[in-house]
Design a protein around this ligand. Structure first.
Ligand code: FAD
Length: 377
């Protein structure tokens, strides 16, 4: 959607295909980081976006074994984009769709699934889609997420980096006297996420990969107990979980394509590199890819050297962030797999002492990424 907007803004004709009829799904990220707010500013969309009145956050704090640690302080970043916005994906994508609709070249087709690529010899020259649609284009971009059909149609297979955890995803009402916004709680039973969404938390619980059936077999009361023992603040609201239909399994994936492009075709976002929830960076990295690609694209025929250069540019920051995510996964799986603390006491003491530095460094790493992109022109 962002790439479609960027290209249509340049006066190009872009067809964006979305297989669903709306964007109302829970399973994608909520965090719009400072890097993305800056991009919106460069596009002249910042004020309209902020006027939506979505919750803002100056930093991220985590409660580890009962102790609140402030780990990210976005206010240490350059003004004015020194905060995070919690924007559910449906709000963010609807916003971009509305703004895109104002551009003559932006053609969003909802309820339209891309079904395959059209080749001319070795070169991709378009896509086939449902409703008997074929779209021909000098460049076809797969931005269809981690299960990308177009990536497979191009003959690309991602390299799996291995993830030891999954996330159970559910909503909880906010308790009375809710604490300040908290990214999550880490304790003996793992990690519980509490993402702000107005009057409720989009909550998540980290479990060892492939064990949802075991969690279900142990029963809802045991699940609610595990939640409250990790995040006691939720004790008064966990009773709202009354059946397993309220709890969705989100399989966490981390992978990367060795090659993101072929003639006339490029993968970006999760289609090129599936990101895990750690740091809430995936949406923002997908947008950075879109900005880098839009900046690099000439009008008309797209030489493969341009696509190779975009991969070379974006691959490095992605690899670095995925390394961080892998380290975090190893930490998070510790308590849930039996015993060891995610953050041992000495490490926590060190964290406490170095909080000012940690806050500053993580604000850059999480909020801006390793190579923040800026819209040309
Ligand atoms: C549990 C969990 C929590 C996360 N939390 C965060 C977070 O808080 N913040 C964050 O930044 N990141 C988060 N992430 C990562 C983030 O969700 C992804 O990195 C990000 O959504 C990738 O964006 P994308 O546009 O590449 O793909 P997606 O967001 O997956 O979008 C792909 C789109 O393509 C559509 N589509 C798919 N196939 C087709 C087809 N064949 N034809 C037409 N349309 C199609 C889909 O419907 C979808 O709209 C989280 C990930 C997980 C697993």
């Amino acid at each position: 959607m962002m790439l479609g907007y960027l290209l249509a803004r340049r006066g190009l004709n872009v067809t964006v295909l979305e297989k669903h009829a709306d964007f109302l799904r829970d399973f994608r990220g909520d965090t719009i980081h400072p890097s993305t707010i800056t991009v919106l500013g460069e596009l002249g969309l910042r004020d309209a976006f902020l006027a939506m009145g979505l919750p803002r956050l100056d930093g991220m704090s985590v409660v580890i074994d009962g102790e609140r640690l402030s780990l990210v302080d976005f206010t240490t970043l350059p003004e004015p984009d020194n905060f995070l916005v919690f924007a559910p994906q449906w709000d963010f994508l609807n916003f971009l769709a509305r703004e895109g609709a104002k551009l003559p070249g932006f053609d969003l087709r909802m309820n339209t699934t891309a079904t395959g690529l059209v080749f001319d010899g070795d070169t991709v020259v378009g896509v086939t889609a449902t409703n008997g649609l074929t779209v021909r284009a000098p460049l076809t971009v797969a931005a269809d997420g981690r299960g990308s059909l177009l990536r497979a149609a191009a003959g690309f297979i991602p390299h799996e980096l291995g993830v030891p955890i999954d996330v159970l995803w559910f909503r909880l009402p906010k308790p009375d006297n809710a604490p300040p916004p908290t990214l999550g709680y880490v304790g003996d039973h793992g990690m519980v996420l509490t993402i702000e969404r107005g009057d409720y938390y989009q909550s998540g619980m980290v479990i060892p990969k492939g064990t949802f059936a075991d969690v279900q077999a142990a029963g809802l009361p045991a699940f609610r107990d595990a939640l409250t023992s990790t995040a006691p603040v939720l004790a008064t609201v966990v009773e709202s979980l009354q059946n397993w239909d309220q709890v969705k399994l989100l399989s966490v994936q981390l992978d990367r394509l060795p090659r993101w492009w072929r003639n006339g075709f490029m993968c970006i976002g999760d289609a090129a590199h599936a990101m895990s929830p750690v740091g809430g960076v995936g949406v923002n990295y997908a947008i950075q890819d879109a900005v880098a690609l839009a900046n690099a694209l000439p009008d008309g025929v797209v030489p493969s050297s341009v696509l190779a250069a975009v991969q070379a540019r974006r691959e490095r920051p992605v690899i670095r962030m995925q390394r961080i995510q892998r380290v975090a996964h190893e930490r998070l799986k510790r308590p849930v797999n039996g015993g060891k603390r995610a953050v041992p006491r000495p490490a926590r003491a060190l964290l406490r002492l170095s909080q000012p530095l940690v806050r500053r460094v993580l604000a850059r790493v999480v909020g801006l990424g390793f190579l923040p992109e800026h819209v040309d022109g």
